[in-house]
Write a new protein. Structure first.
Length: 621
């Protein structure tokens, strides 16, 4: 298959995914009640409408707050399209306003939303029972389609060369110079940084759990900046961009974050484009000019329209000059530009091009999304782990056709010489790590001496499997959107945690801040576990130390103690998406010192992975 045919196939699979997602969204919007939408995290209702104002980028924004369901998780974040609705109590339906808005940022139970025009604010303020829900994100698909078309249509540019390297027979080339030494890194990390520095076209940093991928990537960026003035750093999610940005700032590198962070705090906000724009010395003058323009627009209908129009045009020219001056100043000061992959298409990056692009968590990104950013660079450095969470794909046909195969996977397979594996892990007790290493990484991982035998209790077994098959713990199907729940297993999970925490002792837990994570692959089980935890007085003192979430929710995190509730228990041996073993790899490798797995062995061990895991854990007793 030619490189263009390969990209064309990606385009067609993406169309299949787009059509499926859009149809599914429309069905959910039409048929799903408000309560269900709130529980799914795609809706806030009821709302309180707060103040409105123009932000530093001259966008009309309004503040909103939710007044109920304050503890419900949600999927609202920067850049997501949203729509407002008014609830009609008498008819029992929703009336949607005829405009789409965009999330500017979210903090706890407060959200700032960008409105498309001034009359939208009036419509919003006239609603009696307002609500907000996520809208279908057409924009990200448009960007991906446009990027794939650009890659296919390019004939003699750098995009053509990269396309032929990634999908064709063109070899990846390297620079030749003596490798540098980094005594503060281990050998595999040092080799990875050198691989990045030597690469002319592409390099891959393969970082299994706990191996210091972020540390290595930050060092690679730092060293690259000795040779280049500025680099672009991207990731699939806002959270991942925030994480790498924060580590780069800690290293002393000036970062300009395009888009607002999910991890809203003073440190994160201080290096966003919007905040820096507002803090610029020229901004007060720009603000004054913009205010004058708005006032002149309001008075234009009261006579002297020609003179007012002339004045508006003059002021607008001054405003554009000031905006450009501030923009150039911000980009001139920054060494790293950080954004999501789709954020690379932001208009503030319109004229920017970079020698090097770093893509973190590349194994979670669709290839089409990667090309949005690759179009702005001459060479690409990919970092991630294809043995952990894959891209989110809704349509089975698209996934089966190969849409889930990432660019990182393709290059790693066709150009293995470009890959550096980080093989020393600094997170887990060796017994927790060993099974993951054997199954997913061909036994290549090693534990650093300082963590190899780490534990909480003396003579403790680091990993145990609590078999639930004899306690009538059966799964129940809740609904399509929430999946399955196993109430008996959830109750046993908290019993196991209570027993283990009692052994450690309250004083030591609080003094040492021993933290705990409870993971389940199913959202329904997560909801039920949280409900049980809230109503259990034993856990009240440890509220700040215990997190309950899905596997995806724990990506990139770690805890001293991890409990995994696998839920599935049936007579047919059906395990659903527990078949995606990468999720199990993520779940198990979150634990530093203690891992407790709860599951029905008779159901799960019909699968070779869980059979091998059960035998491995049993051998440790």
């Amino acid at each position: 298959m030619s490189s263009i045919s390969a990209i064309q196939q990606q385009y067609e699979l993406l169309e299949t995914e787009y059509n499926y997602e859009k149809e599914l969204f429309m069905q959910q919007t039409d048929r799903m009640g408000i309560d269900k939408k709130v529980r799914k995290g795609i809706c806030w209702y009821p709302l309180s409408i707060g103040k409105s104002y123009y932000n530093s980028l001259n966008q009309l924004v309004v503040e909103i707050s939710r007044t109920d369901h304050l503890d419900e998780e949600h999927h609202f974040e920067f850049g997501r399209p949203v729509m407002f609705f008014d609830v009609d109590i008498e008819e029992g339906g929703c009336r949607y306003l005829n405009f789409n808005a965009t999330v500017n940022y979210v903090e706890d139970n407060r959200m700032v939303v960008i409105l498309p025009r001034t009359d939208a604010l009036l419509l919003l303020q006239n609603m009696e029972r307002p609500g907000i829900q996520l809208s279908f994100d057409e924009n990200i698909f448009k960007l991906m389609f446009a990027s794939l078309k650009a890659v296919m249509n390019d004939r003699n540019g750098r995009l053509t060369e990269l396309r032929e390297i990634f999908h064709g027979t063109l070899p990846a080339t390297e620079l030749s110079f003596t490798p540098l030494r980094f005594p503060w890194l281990n050998t595999s990390q040092e080799q990875a940084v050198n691989k990045v520095l030597h690469a002319k076209d592409v390099a891959i940093v393969h970082g299994p759990p706990g191996t210091g991928k972020t540390t290595t990537l930050v060092e690679a960026v730092y060293e690259t900046l000795h040779r280049e003035n500025q680099v672009l750093v991207c990731a699939q999610s806002n959270m991942a961009v925030d994480w790498i940005s924060e580590k780069l700032v800690d290293r002393g590198i000036p970062v300009l974050r395009i888009g607002n962070p999910v991890r809203v705090n003073d440190k994160m906000l201080s290096f966003t484009y919007e905040h820096r724009f507002e803090a610029h010395p020229d901004y007060p003058l720009l603000y004054s000019i913009r205010s004058t323009i708005r006032q002149l627009y309001e008075t234009r209908g009261k006579g002297h329209s020609q003179s007012i129009k002339k004045k508006i045009n003059s002021l607008r020219d001054r405003a554009e000059d000031l905006e450009m001056r501030i923009h150039d100043s911000l980009f001139g000061e920054a060494r790293v530009i950080a954004c999501t992959l789709s954020g690379a298409a932001n208009k503030v990056l319109f004229r920017q091009h970079f020698a090097t692009l770093f893509i973190d968590e590349a194994a979670q990104a669709l290839e089409a999304a990667c090309w949005i950013a690759i179009r702005k660079a001459n060479r690409v450095i990919l970092a991630g782990d294809h043995c952990q969470l894959p891209p989110v794909i809704t349509c089975y046909e698209a996934q089966k056709g190969g849409l889930s195969t990432t660019l990182m996977q393709r290059i790693a397979k066709s150009k293995p010489e470009c890959v550096s594996l980080l093989n020393i892990q600094y997170r887990m007790n060796n017994a927790i790590m060993r099974f993951s290493s054997e199954w997913f990484y061909h036994g290549n991982l090693q534990s650093a001496p300082e963590v190899k035998y780490r534990g909480i209790l003396d003579y403790d077994t680091p990993i145990v499997w609590v078999n639930t098959e004899d306690m009538e713990a059966k799964e129940e199907f809740v609904e399509r959107s929430f999946g399955r729940v196993n109430k008996n297993e959830a109750e046993l999970t908290l019993q196991q945690l209570e027993a283990y925490l009692s052994k450690i002792g309250k004083r030591r837990i609080l003094e040492e801040r021993i933290d705990i994570g409870i993971i389940s692959p199913y959202q329904a089980q997560v909801h039920y576990l949280r409900q049980l935890l809230r109503n259990h007085p034993f856990f009240a003192p440890y509220k700040e130390l215990i997190s309950i979430n899905t596997v995806d929710g724990f990506q990139g995190q770690e805890r001293d103690v991890i409990l995994i509730s696998l839920v599935r228990a049936n007579d047919n041996g059906d395990i659903g998406f527990l078949n995606d073993l990468r999720r199990m790899n993520v779940a198990m490798t979150r634990a530093r010192m203690k891992l407790i797995i709860l599951g029905d062995a008779s159901t799960l061990t019909r699968h070779p992975f869980y059979k091998k895991l059960y035998e491995y854990v049993s051998s440790l007793y």
